[in-house]
Design a protein around this ligand. Sequence first.
Ligand SMILES: Cc1cc2nc3c(=O)[nH]c(=O)nc-3n(C[C@H](O)[C@H](O)[C@H](O)COP(=O)(O)OP(=O)(O)OC[C@H]3O[C@@H](n4cnc5c(N)ncnc54)[C@H](O)[C@@H]3O)c2cc1C
Ligand SMILES: NC(=O)c1ccc[n+]([C@@H]2O[C@H](COP(=O)([O-])OP(=O)(O)OC[C@H]3O[C@@H](n4cnc5c(N)ncnc54)[C@H](O)[C@@H]3O)[C@@H](O)[C@H]2O)c1
Length: 506
Amino acid sequence: MATRGINVHPEGYHPTSLAETTFDIIIIGGGPVANFAEGRLAQAGLSVAVVQHELYGGECHFFGCVPSKALLRPVEAFEAAKAIDGAREAIGNSNINVDAVFKRRDKIVDSWDDRNWISISNGTSGATLVRGFARIAGIKKVSVQPHGETQRYLLDARFAVIVATGSTHVVPSVPGIETLEEGKELWINRDAVAANHVPERLIILGAGPVGSEMATFYSAVGSKVTLVSPTAEILPKVEQEAAKIVRKSLESHGVQVKLSTRVSKIEKQRTNSFKVTLSDGNSIPGSVLLNATGRKPRTYDFGLDTIGLTGEGEPLQTNKSLAVPMPGETEPWLYAVGDVNGLSPTTHMGVYQARIASNAILSSLRDRNLSVEIKTPIGVTVTEAVRPGNTFPQVIFTEPNIGTVGHTLASATTAGLKVRVADSDFSIPGAWLYGDNQPGWARWVIEETSNRLVGATFCCIEGSEFINASQVAVAQGLSLADMVHVVPPFPTRGEIWSYLLNAAGF
Ligand SMILES: Cc1cc2nc3c(=O)[nH]c(=O)nc-3n(C[C@H](O)[C@H](O)[C@H](O)COP(=O)(O)OP(=O)(O)OC[C@H]3O[C@@H](n4cnc5c(N)ncnc54)[C@H](O)[C@@H]3O)c2cc1C
Ligand SMILES: NC(=O)c1ccc[n+]([C@@H]2O[C@H](COP(=O)([O-])OP(=O)(O)OC[C@H]3O[C@@H](n4cnc5c(N)ncnc54)[C@H](O)[C@@H]3O)[C@@H](O)[C@H]2O)c1
């Protein structure tokens, strides 16, 4: 991979070093989701192999959530400080020290060395790491091909195989994109979060979470950013009022946002210099193009045909226990958790699914009275996931943040729910004390007849934790009549809860 010459295929843990090739459980993929399942199952006393072909820790730790948030947090702290008299004057005309930000990020991701991760997870969990590219090779069989080799080694699972192979970026078909040098002129998420320089002119394709977060960071550290989106507003999946606040904030930091626009061609001029022609006929110069147009599950070249499954490159379809149903099967043995099943591609939801799938495996083994002794955790009886659309939470770490849970007004309406909304801005004492001119907005989506909360959105500076209380209400199906008795302390920004109750008539 071109990204800063980072070696994503370190040495060691070769399949030939294994004393045994049969394990109770084989997990394919070594990201945060695999990591949770590995810990829970190995601690219950099962023998677990984790087959990972790149850095152990996955996209999240090395090229996703962790480095991106390490870059964004200093921007957030800087903006929060600039919003308070006294701190603002002390900052004056100073800018963020980007070299210090990159240095802190490098430390947080262990300089892309996975040895720390292996020792804190695989080391203590008792699981066995195997490095190589895994493919399904028949029922409960997995072949492993080490990087750079043609030889494949066969592993057997006694009970189950868990697929946690995550996702990878999609490549948009834009004429001329192939002329850009990957890793240098054409970035994907990996390059954007691992970079140690600021491009002069950054053009970002796609205004989903990746595009919007990277526009936030690179504009804050001096890049001239253009954000191109085919949608009528950025962040099309969240409440559009919140997305608009974030867009205005990006524009106030110099980002040029091109809505309802596509790139029709790219013409390279010289190294790190190209011209992008837009569907509105305008053209803009760029030095780096960031492809942030979405991700697809890693199910291609995966041997699905060996077990009669089709749909390479598609999400693996699962039941409520995250098992992949197969015709004629009596006992489930294949599970799919995390980005690979496409249900709700975030780390926390993948980890939730890994908990449910691990419980389902453990409870089924316990019920079958097998000879293996299993130390089942108390909660092992929770073996079915709630379908994600209803309670899915996410925080988008733009400036300000957007925290969401459950439905937006649009998704509730599409789902056929009869809902009303309660909205409030952050003109409340807690926010005045927190900082001057704080942009902010919040919405509850409420089911009309029952007055139950089915969705919530909070958009405010340093608002990443704001969603938690509403998340409990949405997950538990609480009604506003219950929520009246939850009283936020004064003077905090958490009092937005009371303002939303007022707006809802409670
Ligand atoms: C820039 C960016 C920022 C993000 N920020 C957030 C955030 O703030 N919060 C959040 O919740 N989510 C965030 N996400 C999403 C998050 O990274 C994913 O949801 C998460 O990584 C999914 O975890 P996973 O374990 O399913 O897959 P991954 O983390 O993708 O790990 C899967 C691993 O499996 C390996 N693998 C794949 N195929 C095979 C095979 N055949 N054999 C062996 N190994 C294989 C891969 O090398 C990979 O390392 C972000 C994503 C990006 C790109
Ligand atoms: N804070 C977080 O939780 C966080 C942060 C980053 C990423 N993620 C997750 O990672 C995944 C990937 O995020 P993402 O933002 O890459 O994907 P996304 O699918 O959410 O957004 C991609 C955007 O690209 C646009 N697009 C598609 N083709 C295009 C083209 N040719 N030109 C311009 N725009 C185009 C689409 O309109 C879409 O809005 C998502 O599941 C996301 O939830 C989460």
